[in-house]
Design a protein around this ligand. Structure first.
Ligand code: IVH
Length: 628
């Protein structure tokens, strides 16, 4: 007998919600995207046929709703407070001393949390069902952004577990993770749209959309950090409250810690400064909170902030400096990027003297000119960028800046590629910048990993016409190398043996090393897994390429164009003829049945028998997710 629609709808909801959780919360998808899409389409079709059967936690509700004319207002029953700031160890000691004195205790327990750089929101549940989302606003009144919050996959639409209060508001920060931000801006750059200055602006812009269907396309993440109104007693400890919030289906930041006394608070802060660049999300400080909820009342408030919590701000990642000149820089794929040469400035401990301006439309939008005073931002491993110009400080006579119409290195005409914002040099291999860039990329650590072939040596070899494409590397002799500047016989021999050693490679590395425009390490891995051989990839149609997760029409076209190019074909044939090889890959879409499938492995400490990246590669081949 066919299943009742109601039963099937319920099944689909549960199944899809579980897959959402695996993907967004555990970062561990267990079904291919195509299968997920099929389940979602089936549910949408059933709900269309039986609208009365749609449940309030249906995952189809996350795709956004009809646009609003304006946001309504929400009165916060429990105000959304702000925090006072401290900036150094003396501030930490002062905070701890005042609390100990205020409570007449010798030692105090705290919860230390990252101060996430996003927007704080309140999400309200009635009888366990998500009913309302609101911004902080002025702390007592915010904007009703329910439909936008509903699109955030890390906000459960229905609370899990047995302890479900009639009313509960979970408060936290909406952010965009660093890697999601990079992808978002990359897609926008390709579409010729304005880029967001930083993840916080992107998150703010996304939450302020009156059309929640737009919000649904933005990769927002919610991190809970406390409660607002709640109809039942949950616990007298903030730490335990966070555990309860997690058991409802939220994911607090894993960097939250329980600590005791000022010393441990200072240690926590030092650790977070160290980890700052490797965190998935941006932080602008850390927050210390008194763990004992009942004691919080004894301490009370200052005019705008509670005395039981404080924000310890970290050094800024943005500084002011001057643009000494702007130059057009040619990358390995021929993309011509405007780069600002800066008066060197220390940003969070690192000297910065160059910053990217991305492309011409960004130069125009920010109106950056030579001589301007600008705000420069450096966050994590990302290339520093010019955020904005301080117009008041502009010198009279400063001229607008335009990218040249010819490649500044080889003089070939520059052209705009259809569908992309970037300007490209048409010189290909005839352009020294592209030639050298492609080879530097080929030998780099994550590609063929050839030790001893530094950027300078590749430049020299290219200038002396000893190499012009990667395949030429495998014809080099120790005598030729020994003739180069600052190169002895010993290091020449070492370099030749490193070149020889690189012939034992892997297919993902080789694909990445080819330097196909748009194909980074992750995409190369997926292509290798999907096509299992270079031959299959080389002859793949657009339709086949689009089956790969990370591949959209632009990437697919870039791959097809790359393999159609005669010089690339010659290069690949010669590389293979020189003896480059890799172990065969078994076709295995979902990695089912592998030793480490579904497991996350953390690599810590010193590894004695192999390098870190080698170990990571081996584990990934066995189906593991590897994190630092
Ligand atoms: S607690 C009374 N915890 O910082 C407690 N806030 O400067 C109020 N924020 O409006 C907030 N991470 O937007 C708290 N772990 C965290 C936070 C955090 C970021 C933001 C939040 C708040 C602002 C206060």
């Amino acid at each position: 007998m066919p299943q009742q629609p109601q039963t099937r709808i319920q099944q689909l909801c549960e199944e899809i919600n579980q897959h959402n959780k695996n993907y967004y919360v555990h970062d561990n998808p267990t079904i291919p995207d195509a299968e997920y899409d099929r389940l979602m389409r089936e549910l949408q079709a059933l709900e269309k046929e039986y609208p009365e059967l749609q449940t309030p936690d249906s995952p189809t509700l996350r795709v956004g709703a009809e646009p609003l004319k304006e946001f309504g207002q929400v009165q916060h029953q429990i105000p959304m407070l702000s925090l006072d700031n401290i900036f150094d160890d003396a501030g930490v000691e002062d905070f701890d001393r005042k609390i100990r004195e205020g409570l007449d205790r010798e030692q105090v327990e705290y919860v230390a949390e990252p101060k996430l750089d996003g927007l704080s929101v309140s999400v309200r549940y009635e009888n366990g069902i998500f009913v309302e989302g609101a911004t902080r606003g002025d702390g007592s009144k915010g904007e009703r952004i329910t439909e936008n919050i509903r699109t955030i996959n890390t906000v459960p639409l229905k609370l899990e577990g047995n302890i479900i209060p009639d009313v509960v508001e979970v408060r936290g920060e909406v952010v965009i993770r660093k890697d999601d931000f990079e992808k978002l801006n990359h897609t926008r750059a390709e579409a010729g749209e304005n880029l967001f200055a930083n993840p916080r602006n992107a998150a703010a812009g996304s939450l302020r959309q009156l059309d929640s269907r737009i919000t649904a396309t933005r990769p927002l993440t919610f991190f809970p950090f406390g409660l607002g109104e709640v109809s039942e007693y949950i616990s007298g400890s903030h730490w335990e409250i966070l555990q309860q919030i997690a058991s409802w289906g939220f994911t607090p930041s894993s960097a939250v810690k329980q600590v005791t006394g000022a010393e441990e608070l200072k240690q926590y802060c030092a650790q977070m400064i160290e980890q700052r660049n490797s965190l998935d999300y941006e932080i602008d400080g850390v927050v210390y909170k008194l763990d004992d909820i009942n004691a919080r009342e004894e301490l009370g408030m200052t005019s705008r902030a509670p005395r039981w919590a404080i924000a310890h701000k970290l050094p800024a990642q943005e500084e002011l400096t001057i643009v000494e000149s702007i130059e057009a820089s040619v990358g390995r794929t021929g993309v011509i990027t405007p780069v600002a040469n800066l008066k060197p400035v220390n940003i969070g401990g690192v000297m910065v003297s160059r910053a990217t301006l991305h492309n011409q439309s960004e130069v125009d939008r920010k109106d950056v000119r030579e001589g301007d005073t600008v705000i420069v931002r450096r966050a994590g491993d990302v290339i520093p960028e010019v955020v904005s110009v301080v117009i008041d400080k502009r010198q009279p006579g400063a001229q607008s800046w335009k990218l040249p119409e010819q490649c500044p290195v080889c003089g070939s005409p520059a052209e705009r590629v259809e569908g992309e914002a970037a300007l490209k040099c048409t010189g290909g291999i005839n352009c020294p910048a592209q030639r050298v860039g492609a080879i530097i990329h080929f030998v780099s650590r994550n590609a063929m990993d050839i030790d001893g072939l530094g950027d300078k040596l590749v430049e020299q070899l290219s200038e002396q016409n000893m190499i012009s494409i990667a395949a030429d590397l495998y014809d080099l002799t120790a005598e030729q190398l020994a003739g180069m500047e600052r190169m002895g016989e010993k290091s020449a021999a070492n370099t030749i043996s490193a070149i020889e050693k690189s012939k034992d490679s892997t297919l993902p590395r080789f694909i990445y090393a080819l330097g196909i425009p748009q194909v980074g390490q992750q995409t190369a891995k997926q292509l290798a897994q999907h096509f299992t051989s270079l031959e299959n990839l080389r002859t793949a149609t657009e339709e086949h390429l689009l089956e790969v997760d990370d591949v959209g029409p632009i990437v697919a076209q870039a791959i097809i164009k790359f393999f159609a190019d005669e010089l690339n074909q010659q290069n690949i044939l010669r590389l293979l003829a020189s003896g480059i090889k890799w172990p065969a890959i078994e076709k295995n879409d979902t990695n089912q049945g592998h030793l480490f499938t579904g497991k996350t492995v953390v690599l810590t400490g010193t590894l004695s028998s192999m390098g870190r990246s080698e170990c990571k590669e081996k584990l990934e081949a066995l189906g593991a997710k590897v994190s630092g």
